[in-house]
Design a protein around this ligand. Sequence first.
Ligand code: G6P
Length: 441
Amino acid sequence: MKDLRLIVVSNRLPALREDTDWKSGRVNLAGGLVTALLPFMEQSGKGLWVGWNGRGTSLRGSGRWKQLDHPLVRLLGMELSEKDLAEYYNGFCNRTLWPMFHCFQARVRVDYGEQKTYFTVNKKFSRVLTHHLEPDDIVWVHDYHMVPLGQLLRQAGFRGPLGFFLHIPFPPLELIELLPNPVGFMKAWLAYDVVGFHTERYSENYFEVISRLRLAKREEDRLVFAEGRQRVMANPIGINPAIFRPKKKTRRPAAKGKSVRMSADCRVVIGVDRLDYSKGIPDRMLSFEYFLRHRPAWRRKVCMVQICSPTRTRVREYREQKEMVDNLVGRINGLLSEHDWHPINYLYRSYDQADLASFYRDADVALVTPLRDGMNLVAMEYVAAQDPEDPGVLVLSKYAGVAEYFPDTILVNPYIMESVADGLVKPSPCPFPNGSPSISP
Ligand code: G6P
């Protein structure tokens, strides 16, 4: 029997940086989506992954593609012009859809020109895909950048199975209605045979939006409409825990890896995030300041290590967020530091998974407090990295999708400083064999 071929489409190709050598023809795959999809790729025949190649080009080069080879998958890198990137990626994707799906209503900004470019770029993807698709292929489209792609592929004549997975939250109707044409936008979702979300709450929101816009009727886990049916699923993305699992028995000192501990008697509270406003980094820092002011016995005995990886730096809101974090760290450290201790160790850079695994193991607490987050893999990575006999404590926002799957951890409201500060000292109900100690000064 002929192998089924899986075609993955995402805005960004995995592990491609600006310095990727397209001429060498070979590439190492890395990243959360790759880890999640590799098992499927191993099962199917050699697949194809289509996405933006990570660089800007001239307007004339836009829509062209080059290919890279990997034993499991052929990567097809789309070229996008600087104009496309400004209007599609920085604009409609990250200044309209991102805040809308994350319920930051006041940040949603709609520009008709950017919306048009969003569709034009999706058409470019559809054209390239149509050129490569065979009738038996399975197409799996990922995330908010590519919503209209399914409809465009159907219009181009593709009849094979089409799936879509949304990696961010799906909001209530009030948010979707911020778009100029909510019905048109939501109709495009019905082109997919299967639509997947991280959590039940998101899939319930989706059912509700489609029903209230009268686009289809719900029948259990399906939508039924004149042109067909669609299956709706809540299936979370995960991590590969083996990558983060401790290799040695003890957590401290970090198993020969790098350490983030300032001194042996200073506890570590770690945060690891892209520097995105949805992650609530300023709120977290303010909560930590509140904690130190209201529980002064903790001063000099705990340090917050906040790793922020740079992200979407061409988008104004992200530059403003960085400025806000830079200023807060300066203010809090300036006011509370002692000559031999400072409360916040702020690292504006990315680390590889091996370093992160030893940082997670080293830390007494992970403070994962997004204001809203589709899933949040840092919470999973932190848990996977712990030594079950000497685990750290996860303090988690109730607004992270992963909270639906980790109900036994310490859940906090990131909008309330007192709630986060309490979470830091609450006895942990963590499901590790020995239970987990609350931190005490
Ligand atoms: C979120 C989105 C992904 C995106 C990632 C990084 O997790 O769901 O689709 O790739 O952020 O953002 P970036 O804009 O750098 O691709």
